[in-house]
Design a protein around this ligand. Structure first.
Ligand SMILES: Cc1cc2nc3c(=O)[nH]c(=O)nc-3n(C[C@H](O)[C@H](O)[C@H](O)COP(=O)(O)O)c2cc1C
Length: 320
């Protein structure tokens, strides 16, 4: 059976399949469908310092090739998360990522410091697609210096690994990747949702209460793959790919593009058992291809930048 273990900088994962924030509860809600010990890691929905009520309804709208959402980071705040969710996560036999959000650099620093004391949290994933109240509502994710300030604040506040989750809604995602790498990120998650909109032309009614929102699912896969590839070739820290992944073939494409692991999002709404099945399919596909280890796929894209081994090593992903 092919070896699915991967490393992401200091992290060892049993396989490269993780859940994506906001699409899999905090992780353990779905354990009847795929046991946590079958997954490389679980990523929580975004937790903020204070409770957030979320956006106006409707918050979800189905489109032909994906989903629009504008949940608005609804959550009960970090203290509630620590008291009610984390005790159970302590027993989860997988790597636990807590995804954090903030409206200011100080928010990010404070929540990171609070979670630094929690043994159930293995990794912080910084959701940079949050409204930046200080920056006139410009999200951290669209400005390299804002993104760097948020990541720097988190880096200073915790000794845990820090993954910066980037937005695809920028012209040069490679520059964003370099900015967060320089700010001390352990790794990058690429990407969050694309901005999108739906409208009923008969009534003029938008699909979402906020009119525009985040587009995810199969329609964004080629965009996400390009973003993840651009990040991987721009930095020497590991990259987790995310966006439209629904099959084991998709996973292997993100790995070939240079990612050390992937997150599954929208596809899990239709089938919460998908992560477990994808893990089985990965083993089968690699066996069929005569590959002893999934690590041989990482960075194997022929993009004129040297051998796969060199490129995987160059970004802190081990390719034994
Ligand atoms: C309903 C919904 C809620 C989401 N909530 C969050 C969130 O709280 N924090 C976050 O960083 N990303 C959130 N995302 C983005 C996903 O984690 C992921 O980056 C994005 O959907 C692209 O992956 P996918 O096409 O596989 O869904 C959310 C996505 C959806 C569809």
């Amino acid at each position: 059976m092919a070896d699915l273990a991967v490393t992401l900088g200091p992290l060892s994962l049993r396989n490269p399949v993780l859940s994506a924030s906001g699409t899999y509860g905090h992780g353990l809600e779905m354990c009847h469908f795929t046991p946590p010990e079958r997954m490389g890691g679980l990523v929580s929905k975004t937790v903020t310092l204070r409770p957030r009520p979320g956006n106006a309804q409707p918050r979800i709208c189905e489109t032909r090739a994906g989903l629009l959402n504008s949940i608005g980071l609804e959550n009960k705040g970090v203290e509630n998360y620590v008291e009610t969710i984390l005790p159970d996560m302590l027993g989860a036999d997988t790597v636990v990522f807590t995804n954090i959000g903030g409206e200011s650099v100080e928010d990010f620093a404070e929540i990171a410091a609070r979670l630094d004391r929690e043994p159930a949290v293995d990794v912080l994933e910084v959701n940079l697609s949050c409204p930046n109240v200080q920056g006139g509502k410009l999200p951290f994710a669209t400005d390299p210096s804002n993104a760097a300030r948020a990541v720097e604040a988190v880096r200073r506040a915790t000794s845990k690994p820090v993954f910066a989750k980037l937005s695809p809604n920028v012209s040069h995602i490679g520059e964003m990747a370099q900015a967060v790498e320089q700010a001390g990120a352990t790794g990058i998650t690429a990407v969050n949702t694309l901005l999108g909109l739906a409208v009923d032309w008969r009534t003029g009614k938008p699909g979402l209460g906020t009119v525009q929102g985040g587009y995810s699912g199969p329609g964004i896969k080629p965009v996400a793959l390009r973003c993840a590839w651009e990040c991987a070739r721009s930095v020497s820290i590991p990259v987790i790919g995310c966006g439209g992944i629904a099959t084991a073939e998709d996973v292997l494409e993100f790995l070939a593009a240079g990612c050390g692991a992937v997150e599954l999002g929208t596809a899990c709404f239709a089938d919460p058992a998908l992560p477990g099945r994808i893990v089985e399919d990965l083993e089968r596909l690699l066996d069929e291809a005569g590959r002893a280890s999934i690590r041989s796929v990482i960075g194997s894209i022929r993009d004129g930048r040297g051998s796969s081994r060199d490129s995987a090593h160059a970004q802190g992903v081990e390719a034994r």
